[in-house]
Design a binder for this molecule. Structure first.
Ligand code: AFP
Length: 346
């Protein structure tokens, strides 16, 4: 008897249904999201075999940030590019693993969308079997004409994003995406190879339960960040409950937990890293877009991350991201206490 059972939504069906709500839609974005989901399945297949295959371990190549690339990074980067270089849907790509733009071969017609991705974030966690992820950001092209996309197309503020998604390879694989109409999460059923709707219309619960920050760097923190974290720990008030602390060192895993359970992710500027570590276009913008669509907020301490106009491809940005009230509190602390500290970093 099937009556009364909830409808089974594959990611393809769900994306299509969302598209049908927009009568003018051409289907190009829908198709691009399918391609991304397919790339995610291929990467998930390899990440779950990482411990048994010879794919485990680092290659000798370094990426533009001087980090040793893992073999899975190389694989994920390649799969995403190859999945999107010939479809006629994308005019240019940018990957966190490459110095420069990834151009579409002149054998193929450049498309209308711009795809920016971090193929495997948190890759230093691969060898210890902790969760890792892939992040995608999609813009419309803004350069005139139908030729190859340009740097201008990639360097757009987050307010111009058409869609953002991430995939987390954890105890299960999940894809979470937004096209500006809420945030929806799908869990991969490996037995049928399909992403099934498991988390419709995700909203960040309030009050937030957790904060995520690398306490190992506390000695480099600014006075504002220190005071903020002490406030999260409720050190100033015996009667207030502290937030729990969780930090994996894999932004997707920390972000995903805080999205589902409420909390704030903090990767600030500090005495060693005046602009923090995380990349604006590859990591901060797409996750800020998803946070905002789930009712949350992301700030660099002074302004909404989505409003920042990037000026170069691998730009870094300080990040405070999660429940709106917790992020706004961070802004208050850093604006009150960090003016001198920041002036000293310049
Ligand atoms: P890797 O991809 O090199 O592992 O870096 C991951 C990351 O960009 C982000 O996912 C983490 O939140 C952050 O770096 C962790 O950095 P710290 O080790 O400095 O805390």
């Amino acid at each position: 008897m099937l009556m009364g059972k909830p409808t089974l939504h594959t990611i393809e069906r769900y994306i299509l249904e969302q598209q049908e709500q927009h009568p003018g839609a051409t289907g190009r974005l829908t198709a691009l999201l399918y391609d991304i989901a397919l790339a995610a399945k291929l990467i998930a297949r390899e990440t779950t075999r990482a411990g048994i295959g010879n794919i485990l371990g680092a290659t000798s190549a370094e990426n533009v940030h001087g980090e040793v690339q893992q073999k899975l990074d190389v694989y994920a980067d390649h799969v995403i590019f190859r999945m999107n270089d010939h479809t006629g849907r994308v005019c240019v790509m940018a990957s966190e693993e490459h110095d420069d733009l990834l151009h579409i071969s002149d054998r193929y017609t450049p498309g209308y969308y711009v795809l920016v991705y971090d193929p495997l974030d948190g890759s230093s966690n691969i060898d210890v079997n902790a969760s890792i992820g892939t992040i995608f950001a999609i813009h419309r092209r803004i350069s005139p004409g139908n030729g190859p996309g340009t740097l201008e197309d990639v360097l757009q503020p987050g307010t111009k994003l058409v869609a953002a998604a991430y995939v987390i390879y954890g105890s299960s694989t999940m894809m979470v995406y937004s096209t500006g109409n809420g945030v929806h999460g799908f869990t991969l059923d490996p037995s049928i190879g399909e992403f099934l709707l498991s988390h419709p219309d995700i909203r960040i619960p309030s009050p937030g339960q957790y904060y995520s920050a690398n306490h190992g760097y506390e000695k480099y923190w600014s006075p504002g960040v220190r005071r903020y974290v002490e406030w999260l720990q409720a050190l100033d008030d015996d009667d207030r409950q502290p937030l729990g602390h969780r930090y994996i060192g894999s932004m997707i895993a920390d972000f995903h937990r805080n999205l589902l359970q409420g909390g704030v992710f903090v990767y600030p500027y500090d005495a060693r890293k005046p602009t923090g570590k995380l990349r604006l276009t590859y990591e901060a913008q797409p996750l800020a877009f998803i946070a905002a669509q789930a009712g949350g907020y992301a700030s660099d301490g002074h302004r909404d991350i989505l409003t920042i106009q990037p000026d170069h491809l691998h730009q870094r940005v300080p990040v405070f991201m999660g429940n709106r009230d917790l992020v706004e509190r961070a802004e208050e602390f850093v604006q009150q206490y960090d003016a001198d500290f920041l002036a000293g970093l310049r």
